[in-house]
Design a protein around this ligand. Sequence first.
Ligand SMILES: [Cu+2]
Length: 178
Amino acid sequence: MNRNTIIGAALACALLPAAAFAGATITVENPYARPPMGGGKVAAAYMTLKNTGGEADKLIRAEGDVAKKVELHTHIMEKRDGRTIMKMRPVPYMEVPAHGQTVLKPGGLHIMLIGITRDMKPGDAFDLTLVFEKAGKVKVRVPVKKISATMMHMMKQKMHGMKHEQGMPPKGMQMQQQ
Ligand SMILES: [Cu+2]
């Protein structure tokens, strides 16, 4: 074994552990959920997904026993008869860019909890498991926070223009009506 081979082997050993973790590295910041509106069985969870890795990753699923169904949703704005309508849509995944973040927030991406199985009052908390394509499973404890007066005011204004299509309600709304 000449000197170069030895250095090469040492380098390979030093680099291997780093290479194993070179993929997406996901952390979750500021997770919170809002209590169900009007005592219903549907609520939403929000958070910031941070990717410190050099590769983009995707949140492909969320799991938890807090609700019968846990879905990935977004809001879309649609023009209908000259009015703008806000609707919810399930999405197959949420992309988290390399060295970037994806923010789940009211009016945008969110984790939909359908058929809540327990109390969800401000001060309560529940566990969710986020499943990423590359990073795998990431557990997160989600506290339930009350809606502030300002937020409530904004939501009421938004709700004014929010309507779900007749005959084709998103899955989340079907459960709410049961
Ligand atoms: Cu939703």
